[in-house]
Design a protein around this ligand. Structure first.
Ligand SMILES: [Zn+2]
Length: 405
């Protein structure tokens, strides 16, 4: 089946006018309506330009419908739906029917965005930590998210309050202070004359009278509006590009750093991490040795701001060493089957690379008990390792034994 679809987007301006209730100035503006139309034909051979013409017709019909709805809304006083922005060009009064969508004040929008973006970024960092309760960045992330949500809630409440404050004022306005709309500029000016908002001579000066040649006033007006829209679109594009570039740079740098980190850590693991170096820096590394003999530097347990990022930074090594100790035996049918039961003990020590010696008192943590009973085929004869939180707390205390900046 041949199936073709065309989607077109377009916008249209609906001119409106209102008389300022404070200073009497006649204000004019254009309400933008935009629309997308989709036209498809299934299995029918139609010339390409015909299809596009049909899509354009559909778009225009949709735009006309929206413009008509906007005018109906104005006539029926549904200014919240109409969402007009207006400000008196002479005295600066904002009529109560304007901006009923009540945008947040700029400063508030900025703070909200910072909170939301910051909250998301910090939360992303926090969530990469394995032990949420021990990771300060996770708590910061939670706080930032909570703050972001609170601000959004506050913004929403302010909007609702402002909306309900403003609504009764509209009913009290004289009719001419409400927006009058028409499909074209000249039609609007004629309507304003009819409704007594505009004197005939004034309208003629604006080029509104029949036979005077039309809508030069609104032609200029539309040109200005279109230029403004282009400018704001450009600004948004530039901002979006900057944001994308900043994010890419941020994650790029992180990826490179993490690669370098892995590289030198692997080199040191292959040599001897516990070698003396009087010129070493003041940051930390965590070197973990499991009871199966596997030993390596790990990123867990300490805040990344105190973690050495280069071999020169590495002044202190937190050594974590697991040991398995026999604490009992499993047996079946007397002595015919015997297997050892183990418990894991983890020893934490702080090594000073400047002096090549261990500092302070080592901490020994006791793991969980081995299972009470096991199946003959099971290899699960060892108790759990001390918990992540327990290890992290002990490390924090160990690190406090050396004063570093
Ligand atoms: Zn005014």
């Amino acid at each position: 089946m041949v199936y073709k679809q065309y989607t077109m987007r377009g916008s249209k301006g609906v001119p409106y006018g209102w008389r300022c209730p404070d200073c009497g100035k006649l204000n004019l503006g254009v309400k933008g309506v935009s629309s997308a139309a989709t036209y498809d034909d299934r299995g029918i051979f139609v010339r390409l330009d015909n299809r596009q013409a049909k899509a354009r017709d559909a778009l225009n019909a949709s735009l006309d419908k929206r413009a008509m709805n906007a005018m109906l809304d104005a006539e029926e006083g549904r200014y919240d739906k109409l969402n007009l922005s207006a400000k008196c060009a002479q005295c600066g009064k904002v009529p109560p029917w304007a901006n009923l969508n009540m945008k947040l004040p700029r400063a508030m929008t900025l703070v909200r965005n910072i909170c939301l973006i910051g909250g998301a970024v910090v939360a992303g960092f926090g969530l990469t930590g394995k032990d949420p309760m021990a990771s300060p960045s996770f708590r910061v992330a939670l706080a930032a998210l909570a703050l972001g949500i609170l601000l959004l809630l506050a913004g929403w409440l302010i909007l609702r309050k402002r909306y309900s404050d403003v609504k009764p004022d509209i009913a009290a306005l004289p009719k001419e202070s409400l927006p009058h709309m028409a499909q074209t500029g000249p039609q609007l000016l004629q309507r304003l004359v009819q409704d007594g908002l505009l004197g005939g001579a004034e309208a003629e000066a604006m080029g509104a009278q029949p036979g005077s040649g039309g809508n030069s006033f609104f032609a200029d007006f539309y040109r200005e509006k279109a230029a403004e829209r282009r400018k704001s679109r450009r600004t948004k594009l530039v901002l979006a590009a900057v944001a994308v570039a900043a994010l890419a740079a941020f994650f790029g740098v992180r990826a490179v750093n993490s690669d370098n980190l892995k590289k030198w850590q692997a080199e040191m693991e292959a040599a001897d991490p516990f070698a003396t170096d009087p010129d070493a820096g003041s940051l930390f590394g965590v070197y973990e040795k499991r009871y199966n003999g596997e030993a390596k530097f790990v990123k867990d347990y300490i805040n990344s701001s105190r973690l050495a990022q280069t071999p020169q930074d590495l002044g202190y090594i937190v050594s974590i060493e697991d040991e398995r100790v026999v604490v009992g035996q499993y047996s079946i049918g007397g002595n015919s089957f015997k297997r050892d039961a183990y418990k894991v003990y983890t020893t934490l020590r702080l090594f000073d690379r400047h002096t090549g010696a261990y500092v302070g008192t080592p901490v020994v943590l006791e793991g969980g008990d081995p299972p009470r009973s096991i199946k003959a085929t099971s290899t699960n004869n060892t108790g759990s390792r001390p918990g992540h939180y327990e290890i992290t707390s002990a490390i924090t205390k160990l690190m406090a034994q050396v004063e570093t900046d």
